[in-house]
Design a protein around this ligand. Structure first.
Ligand code: WTA
Length: 699
């Protein structure tokens, strides 16, 4: 059931069309602006890379990109094994086959394997290998606290020591290769330290974003049954203190009630937020990080693992209520995140890199921790809220650390844009050279503001399209290589074959619009959904047999540029956070006074999409402000504050077909107030419902 949000005009591919046709585009536009020349204005169709930038870029031209892209598609095994063997350490080389795959459900089970038989370790490649190459004293991590004035640094060798101490501690409490460790930490240095320590001993980390509620955390604990949970007592976000340990306590009670008890809760004392004396404590289970971890040796043998051994689990939202445990393995993920990071940001050794994403999401996994560290980059971690104490904080941080690559989400760009240029222009920002965007389509006006005001019309923007499932960038500009079009993610990364299909799964060519799929595998692809390979196949490979289905709509223009148009399934994207409408609905209906609920996404000025909920209270309960608040609270406690509905729309009944199916198409139109586009309502069991809903729209 893929819902169409807009009318698509399909043009079919002729059967002889060569696969990378999208990449052999010619720029037909005449109007263009060169980076550094002048601000990009509304009429500029394309922004050309400047000579100065291109000259120093890793991929300096379209020709070079096309050459490399062609090589990667014609001979994926050769392309990726060349990179894997020259840029990484392998204890033992992979077997005869670089990769093997079956992406076609009609030919049996879906299987993707890269570098199988190769023996390596991602932590070793991030730390030991870079230290051996001379980076021991290079800054690995800069940490900036929520409170201006508090910061810290770790060099690569110091980071390795910290990682080893934690790895040794984890081994001492019985964590072995293949065991899960659940991590519920904010953006402290201890978060990447924990990820790397798990990787070092072959344990599988499952990082849960520290904005999820205790119930969501419990659900994830029950699913992967960790030996240890790692958290901290509290964190400051802007002016607020969040008591994370209390949330973990509740989650551990909840999961114990469901039969999963956790022996060890390792808790970091985040002194800037809360002293240990004030932290609730369970003797025997809870252990202060600072009391044990520093006592362990600063070196720790590496657990050598197979390229196809799991590296981590990360839960994400789908169309049904239960979150999916996306599983990534070791070798392919390592090679893919490092390579995409390097090319998409035109990485140089002297760069100072800042990604504003939290490690609790995939962006933080691939592009705060693994991708940059594999490249030996200097990474900035920021603990706090981006507009605290004022909307200039980001640029204050950029100037303080001389950040060169700044990677963020459109929602932050839009919110800073609203706050006014003066917060930006009072800072120098002259260190910046590359900007990045991720999480949702970036609208052209936000793109131009980011480009002109933040980047001073000097810095290319890498608008990276990808997903938790893809592990790394899939469609992205390579700075310096391509003319950019504001709002377009441009062209596929090396080795990626995106295709746009119609609803029958027929590939479209040329200028077209439809469902975005991917043909054949890439090293960073997820291998399964934890404990549910069937759901993996059903969700991603059955809708369009022969392809990986992304869940996104996409159009391609006459120059071959890709324009992502948003999700076509029941997933909404709020401030770049993926939320399943079904998850919010099931939270709402668990409220004793809620009979029925239907949730849709609606356009939102800052968040991209907002959460719009239609709610029918149980018989005899009247609409009230109190009920509205209590419904929203229920969603906050069951999922997390970021999933709280923006609007509750009272519904005497929901529009349903005669067979009882909710007609979401109509609800989306009502939510968007596109009342003249409701379409045919005659198939509804009770067409009168629509008028009732319209009457209640603004109550
Ligand atoms: C959306 C985040 C347009 C898309 C890395 C995708 C984007 C979902 C972009 C994945 C982009 C991400 N342009 N849309 N540059 N990046 N998306 O799993 O709908 O949290 O399917 O991964 O975000 O969200 P996820």
């Amino acid at each position: 059931n893929h819902n169409h949000n807009h009318n698509h005009h399909f043009r079919h591919a002729d059967s002889n069309a060569s696969p990378p046709s999208s990449a052999v585009a010619k720029i037909s536009h005449l109007k263009a602006v060169v980076l550094g020349d002048a601000p990009a204005s509304e009429e500029d169709d394309v922004v050309l890379p400047s000579h100065d930038f291109s000259r120093q870029a890793l991929v300096p031209s379209q020709q070079k990109y096309l050459e490399m892209y062609k090589a990667s598609i014609e001979n994926p095994a050769g392309f990726w094994s060349g990179i894997a063997s020259s840029e990484f350490y392998w204890k033992q080389r992979w077997g005869d086959q670089v990769y093997s795959e079956n992406l076609d459900v009609r030919r049996g089970n879906i299987k993707i394997e890269w570098f199988k038989g190769g023996i390596t370790n991602v932590c070793y490649n991030c730390l030991d290998r870079n230290i051996d190459a001379g980076l021991a004293d290079k800054i690995a991590l800069y940490w900036e606290s929520n409170e201006p004035g508090f910061d810290a640094t770790l060099t690569y060798s110091q980071l390795l020591q910290r990682v080893c101490q934690l790895a040794n501690y984890l081994k001492s409490v019985g964590v072995r290769k293949g065991d899960a460790v659940v991590v519920y930490l904010p953006m402290l240095m201890e978060l990447p330290i924990t990820m790397l320590a798990c990787a070092r001993i072959g344990a599988v980390h499952s990082v849960v974003f520290a904005g999820f509620s205790s119930e969501s955390l419990a659900q994830r604990i029950v699913d992967c049954k960790p030996k240890v949970v790692i958290t901290c007592n509290a964190v400051k976000r802007g002016p607020k203190t969040v008591f994370l340990k209390d949330i973990v306590d509740a989650a551990l009670i909840d999961s114990a009630n469901k039969g999963i008890s956790v022996d060890v809760c390792l808790t970091y004392e985040n002194q800037l937020a809360l002293k240990r004396e004030k932290t609730k404590w369970k003797e025997g289970r809870d252990i202060w990080w600072e009391d044990v971890v520093p006592k362990y040796p600063t070196s720790c043998d590496v657990e050598w693992v197979d390229a196809e051994d799991p590296l981590f689990l990360l839960y994400t939202s789908g169309s049904t209520g239960k979150p999916k445990g996306v599983l990534h393995t070791t070798g392919g993920y390592m090679v893919y995140t490092a390579t995409t990071f390097k090319y998409a940001f035109d990485y140089k050794d002297s760069d100072v890199y800042w990604c504003t994403a939290d490690c609790g999401w995939i962006t933080g996994h691939s592009y705060v921790t693994y991708g940059p560290m594999l490249n030996g980059a200097t990474v900035l971690l920021y603990e706090g809220a981006p507009s605290y104490p004022d909307p200039g904080r980001c640029w204050d941080i950029v100037d303080k650390y001389k950040v060169t690559i700044f990677y963020t989400a459109p929602t932050l760009v839009r919110s800073l844009m609203r706050d006014g240029d003066e917060y930006v222009t009072r800072y120098s920002r002259k260190s910046l050279r590359v900007l990045g965007s991720v999480g949702e389509p970036i609208n052209p006006s936000a793109w131009r503001w980011f480009f002109n005001v933040v980047g001073g019309s000097r810095c290319p923007i890498s608008d990276t399209w990808w997903q938790t499932e893809t592990g790394g960038f899939m469609i992205t500009p390579l700075p310096g290589a391509w003319p950019q079009k504001p709002g377009s993610a441009t062209f596929p990364f090396f080795g990626v074959q995106p295709v746009i299909v119609d609803e029958k799964g027929v590939e479209l060519d040329g200028e077209c619009s439809g469902y975005l799929c991917v043909k054949s595998s890439w090293p960073g692809a997820f291998r399964t959904l934890y404990g549910d390979h069937e759901r993996y196949e059903t969700t991603y490979f059955k809708p369009f047999p022969g392809y990986y289905f992304t869940g996104d709509g996409c159009s391609r223009d006459k120059d071959g540029y890709h324009w992502l148009t948003g999700r076509v399934d029941d997933v909404i994207n709020v401030s770049g956070h993926r939320i399943g409408t079904a998850e919010v609905e099931s939270a709402l209906v668990s409220h004793p006074q809620c009979a029925e609920a239907a949730v849709v996404g609606v356009e939102h000025q800052v968040k991209g999409q907002g959460i719009y909920a239609f709610v029918t209270p149980v018989e005899g309960i009247s609409y009230s402000e109190e009920l509205r608040k209590s419904l929203i609270l229920t969603v906050r406690t069951q999922i997390g504050a970021f999933a709280a509905p923006d609007k509750i729309h009272w519904a005497p009944a929901l529009p349903k077909t005669r067979s009882g199916k909710i007609m979401r198409r109509i609800l989306r139109k009502i939510a968007a107030r596109q009342l003249d586009e409701l379409g045919d309502t005659s198939t509804l069991a009770d067409p009168g419902v629509v008028d009732q809903l319209i009457k209640l729209a603004d109550t």
